[in-house]
Design a binder for this molecule. Sequence first.
Ligand code: AMP
Length: 351
Amino acid sequence: MRLGILGGGQLGRMLALAGANLGVATHVLDPTPGGPAAQVATAETVAAYDDLAALDAFAATVDVVTYEFENVPADTVRHLAERVPVQPGAAALETAQDRLLEKRFARDLAIPTAPFVPVDGPGDLVTALAEIGTPAILKTRRFGYDGKGQTRIEAAEPAAAEAAWHDIGRAPALLEGLVRFEREISVIAARDSKGGIACYDPVENVHRHHILHTSTAPAALAPEVAVRAREIAGLLLDGLDYVGVMGIELFHLADGGLLLNEIAPRVHNSGHWTIEGAETSQFEQHVRAVTGLPLGPTTSLGRAEMTNLIGDDVATVPALLAEPGAHVHLYGKAEVRPGRKMGHVTRVRRE
Ligand code: AMP
């Protein structure tokens, strides 16, 4: 079995490592050579995502294609899907790429979200602010990640609206009401091609400077809230006829309610703890799902905490390596930059 991976970052790297363990050869396509995934994959194609000849040659070498980032152009996936199965499919990708489609999809499934209104210009924004109230968050519909493409609006005034519209790059957007959540949680869940679903324990996530800092599994939730989180995951996976692993980010409210923030149609940073903290890692699970192998058990092996190593945090690696039970993963990125995910460390306390 040969798996093609679009995108050559750390998620692709950990997918390729998991693939190798299952005897699945991996072929990474990325415009930049020698990245984290290519260093450990079976084969590498260096090409732009719109290089159709390169895509055709890539497709001819693999049995199935997946992707490790959700901003892979939908046209690339459509082109490949005419030649070789692509999982998760185009519908899931297109829904996750557009915050407005994503929110409407959730609403159609009766999954609550923050209140939202589409915004296509500064005039719309003034009207939207009157409807949603302040504080509110203006987010671009597309290409936002780690807090990029979004800005908070404190006052429903035309000047603030104009400034916010400028801030996000004058792109189609939506305005969301600010949610006073108790905590942020996520669920990593997988669905196979026959519709079987396997869900990991929900995780609590703490962000720093809009970037995930730690994930703790299992999240300390009332049992019925954990059940509801898994239920939401099931609705989303079934609704998209999804195959693969999905990351589902939720806001947990003080009254126990859950609101969907966003979905990631791929393995997710808040699931890295599963490598040492669960029976089957999210990476192996994704490879299993998209290559038609049976899903593995998702049972937690204890209490896990994953901490990202961002930028200069890599300087702590020698100390971490001296710490018994600290599992260090480095992504092979040559250059350390502020805000760049260089690796992560997971600690599991077995109970
Ligand atoms: P996102 O890119 O939508 O995941 O947003 C990044 C982070 O901003 C989230 O993880 C939250 O911490 C925060 N955030 C996003 N949307 C809202 C909202 N409607 N209310 C409160 N906080 C939010």
